[in-house]
Design a protein around this ligand. Sequence first.
Ligand code: 9UX
Length: 72
Amino acid sequence: STQICRMLIKGMTCTSCSSTVESALRAVHGVHRAQVALATEEAEVLYDPMIVSHGQLLETIENTGFEAILIS
Ligand code: 9UX
């Protein structure tokens, strides 16, 4: 199955920032698709909840140096 997770990311100031977060999310096992929008400060991730949790997705973002909050 596939689930969608949306997260608010604080502290991104350039497209390089959003690319870093996007690449980190896309590298996670169980992530099907990840998009990070700088303008809205949001990440949308499609993932398999049997393989990875939304907590791990938040952790992945925080490991890149940005603060992340779960939206839905
Ligand atoms: Mo460039 Mo974005 O150092 O923080 S990647 S501003």
